[in-house]
Design a protein around this ligand. Structure first.
Ligand SMILES: [Zn+2]
Length: 341
């Protein structure tokens, strides 16, 4: 297994950092290039009518970076958290060069790739539930916009009652703490998989990750004990909150979980990082650069593609181009990501 280059991730900042670093040049998420196999379809009249129905049911459609969704009685809104500044060679270390060239017009593995980050937020009764917490201010200057996106949507940090985690990589976890290393969501309860917590808190955790990902361990270990004080652990099949079912999907990380939402309307699957790019659906066997267990992650992608197609599931995928909602269809050339507007 090829180790990712150490330079791709910043060294991490141990303490408060009130002043952000000078911005580095990165692609805007709108520049994100999903490749020819990821061409999206648009919702038709039915989708539009669902959207209108949702607006009537839950109030005004949010402005700014929040995207109202077409669905039944309740559905998450997708909040922009910026993007990760990576390279095509880092995220697809084993992809055939000619396939990369076809997808990105260049086989150069150093080609910059902005990987969007989109956090689902769900208002359910008197709860405001986040699925993951974004990158926060300490990971990459191109990410960490969740707080601003929530504010634009009229949601204050103190409104957040629950944070439900797919896994503990920095772009999903580090946003639980702010510039001053204090909890971003002071009233929240934290829901997490015991297996994921145990992996990152193990004495030898740093020896279990690839070179270049040591900061992932330090960042998790500096945050997780505080979350555990206000935490509840779940396992496969549990329902940590009403209508939210846990599906253990290990591979990308050892305790990675996805969540099936049964909230009226079509069931919706929040996939975390089982998929991280439209090409991970078109080519599920390609290793993704931060997959912990390549074979398990690839098998998980195959399983979830089959399930999403057979059950006609709507998906919310953290790293897909905004708003990160869509479905999977199988055509003559294999499975593909079909975007919802
Ligand atoms: Zn991620």
């Amino acid at each position: 297994m090829t180790a990712p280059p150490a330079r791709i991730f910043p060294p991490g900042r141990a303490g408060p950092n009130p002043r952000r670093q000078a911005p580095v040049p990165v692609l805007h998420p709108n520049d994100f290039r999903p490749g020819p196999s990821a061409a999206g379809l648009r919702l038709g009249r039915r989708g539009f009518l669902q959207l209108v129905g949702l607006a009537a049911a839950v109030g005004p459609i949010l402005a700014g970076r929040a995207h109202a969704q077409a669905a039944g009685a309740a559905a998450p809104r997708m909040m922009d958290d910026g993007s990760l500044a990576l390279t095509t060679g880092f995220v697809f270390p084993d992809a055939p060069p000619d396939a990369l060239a076809a997808a990105f017009d260049s086989a150069d593995p150093n080609l910059p790739l902005a990987v969007p980050c989109t956090v689902p937020v769900l208002r359910l009764g008197d709860r405001t539930i986040l699925f993951d917490a974004g990158s926060g201010p300490m990971f990459m200057d191109s990410a960490g916009r969740l707080a601003a996106s929530l504010e634009a949507a009229g949601i204050s940090p103190a409104d957040v009652t629950d944070v439900v985690f797919t896994h503990f990589h920095p772009d999903h976890l580090w946003g639980v703490t702010d510039d001053f290393d204090e909890l971003t969501f002071p009233e929240a309860q934290y829901h997490m998989a015991q297996a994921e917590f145990d992996f990152w808190m193990a004495e030898d955790a740093v020896s279990n990750v690839d070179a270049g990902m040591e900061t992932f361990v330090a960042g998790a270990r500096s945050r997780l004990p505080r979350l555990a004080e206000r935490g509840r652990f779940f396992k496969d099949g549990d329902e940590p909150l009403p209508g939210i079912e846990v599906a253990a999907t290990p591979g990308h990380s050892p305790g990675h979980c996805s969540f099936l939402l049964h909230l009226g309307g079509d069931p919706l699957l929040i996939t975390g990082d089982v998929f991280s790019h439209p090409l991970t659906i078109a080519h599920p066997q390609w290793r993704w650069g931060t997959d912990q267990d390549h074979d398990a992650a690839a098998a998980q992608r195959h399983r979830m593609i089959d399930r999403a197609i057979s059950e006609k599931l709507r998906l919310a995928v953290f790293h897909m181009p905004a708003p990160g909602l869509g479905r999977i269809e199988r055509g003559a050339e294999g499975a593909r990501w079909v975007v919802e507007p």
